[in-house]
Design a protein around this ligand. Structure first.
Ligand SMILES: Cc1cc2nc3c(=O)[nH]c(=O)nc-3n(C[C@H](O)[C@H](O)[C@H](O)COP(=O)(O)OP(=O)(O)OC[C@H]3O[C@@H](n4cnc5c(N)ncnc54)[C@H](O)[C@@H]3O)c2cc1C
Length: 397
């Protein structure tokens, strides 16, 4: 009997477990290695739309994911005294009611993990240190484990992909920064908001608060900045950077939210950027999700791209009977246009999160008072997002 093809996936968030599901279903032997000691919690809500909905349906988890929808009703823009100056309904922010899904990133990650945990091997708290490819396989070394041989290595390890760094070199070649940083952290719902978000915006900075149930909420800080040098694993250093950016801002809940962030033990902090690569594969190694084509966290499109990318990559591997040379080429061919369209859309939608001047903030608030103007504009944006999200015909592998 033929030995199953051994695949090592780096990263257990969205792309990794989704890919593991499909590869296992097609008879591959899958191991996932995740740097964090457990499945990482945290993050705001992410959107799932278009072709990604069909992927969830084919994974038989669409109903489960829909059941975890945040059911957010909208966003309120407040001034420094907390007075509401404008509002947008959720339906107007690119979400097609009854079709698109908005789910907390950690809820989606948990669902994908539960689906795969008994089928593939998960290794926690470790990371690849070197990848050496030969004609017959790839020898991988780890921080904590003994070296091991695999047939294929797939990087699903996010914007700062370790597999990408080891295989293609420095991230700087592929990163397109959008000039902002974002932090998201969990806190108790002390403002007692009900299924809605509040944003306080000053030029170049936004403070946010989002609650989708009675007890828990998410705090958010977004700020424009030149490129910052910091240790990605040093949370205290990152807290200081955020504190420095916001400590002068006394309006609305800013000081309280800064204090809550200080108490937080795990939070998300990253540059808002995209990844553009001329090719995602080299030999027996390829990339999927943010590692290959991050559209930027603000876009909310990252999870849809990751789910579709995982489906197509696994499907092409199956269709080529595991021949990586053929399947990595067809994976890129199938995905490239879809990725480009969604990365473009992401640039359009990301703008709403941060405003450059007081005039722009006033204009936005003024326009939000004229629902007819806004609804025409939002309909156009929603249509464009829906078009991009459907810009791929999914094969039945
Ligand atoms: C904690 C967290 C919070 C997030 N919050 C948001 C959000 O609020 N809004 C939004 O739009 N997007 C958010 N994202 C990004 C979002 O999940 C992705 O854009 C999208 O879902 C695509 O997922 P991905 O699996 O490709 O990458 P990611 O979700 O970034 O996952 C990458 C995974 O790889 C792991 N990893 C990193 N380095 C290594 C290594 N050396 N070895 C092994 N594993 C490694 C990471 O710990 C992570 O689990 C967040 C990501 C994370 C990890």
């Amino acid at each position: 009997m033929m030995q199953p093809i051994r695949v090592l996936i780096s990263g257990a968030s969205i792309a990794g477990p989704a890919l593991a599901y499909w590869l296992h279903r097609y008879g591959f032997e899958v191991t996932i290695i995740e740097r964090a000691p457990t499945l990482r919690p945290g993050g705001y809500a992410v959107d799932i739309r278009g072709a990604a909905i069909l992927v969830l349906e084919r994974m038989c988890i669409l109903d489960q994911v829909r059941a975890a929808d945040t059911h957010m009703t909208g966003v309120y823009f407040v001034n420094k005294k907390g007075k509401i100056k404008g509002q947008m309904s959720e339906a107007s922010i690119g979400n097609q009611h009854g079709m698109d899904i908005e789910i907390l990133r950690e809820d989606l990650s948990n669902i994908l993990y539960d689906l795969t945990k008994d089928k593939v091997t998960y290794i926690w708290g470790d990371s690849i240190t070197s990848i050496n490819e030969s004609e017959t396989g790839v020898e991988v070394q780890f921080i904590n484990r003994k070296p091991q041989i695999f047939d294929l290595i797939i990087g699903a390890d996010g914007i700062h992909s370790n597999v990408r760094n080891l295989t293609f070199g420095e991230e700087e070649q592929f990163k397109r920064t959008l000039g902002c940083y974002i932090s998201i952290f969990n806190l108790e719902n002390y403002l007692n908001l009900d299924h809605c978000q509040m944003f306080f915006t000053v030029p170049g900075k936004t403070v946010g608060y989002s609650a989708n149930n009675n007890t828990e909420a998410k705090g958010m800080f977004v700020f424009q900045s030149e490129s910052l040098k910091y240790d990605r694993y040093n949370l205290e250093e990152q807290k200081n950077l955020i504190n420095n950016a916001f400590k002068e801002l006394t309006g609305w809940e800013t000081p309280s939210l800064l204090n809550k962030l200080k108490e937080s033990s795990d939070f998300y902090f990253d540059e808002i950027c995209q990844i553009h690569m001329p090719t995602w594969s080299k030999g027996r190694i390829t990339l999927v999700g943010d590692a290959a084509y991050c559209p930027s966290p603000l876009s909310g499109q990252g999870s849809s791209l990751a789910l579709v990318g995982a489906y197509v990559l696994a499907g092409e591997l199956k269709a080529a009977h595991g021949d990586h040379t053929k399947s990595f080429i067809s994976y890129e061919k199938e995905m490239r246009n879809f990725v480009q369209k969604n990365q473009k859309i992401a640039l359009l939608t990301a703008g709403g999160m941060i405003e450059k001047s007081n005039l722009k903030i006033k204009l936005r608030n003024l326009m939000l008072r004229f629902p007819i103007v806004m609804s025409t504009m939002f309909k156009m944006i929603t249509k464009m997002i829906a078009k991009a999200a459907n810009e791929i015909e999914l094969k039945d592998y």
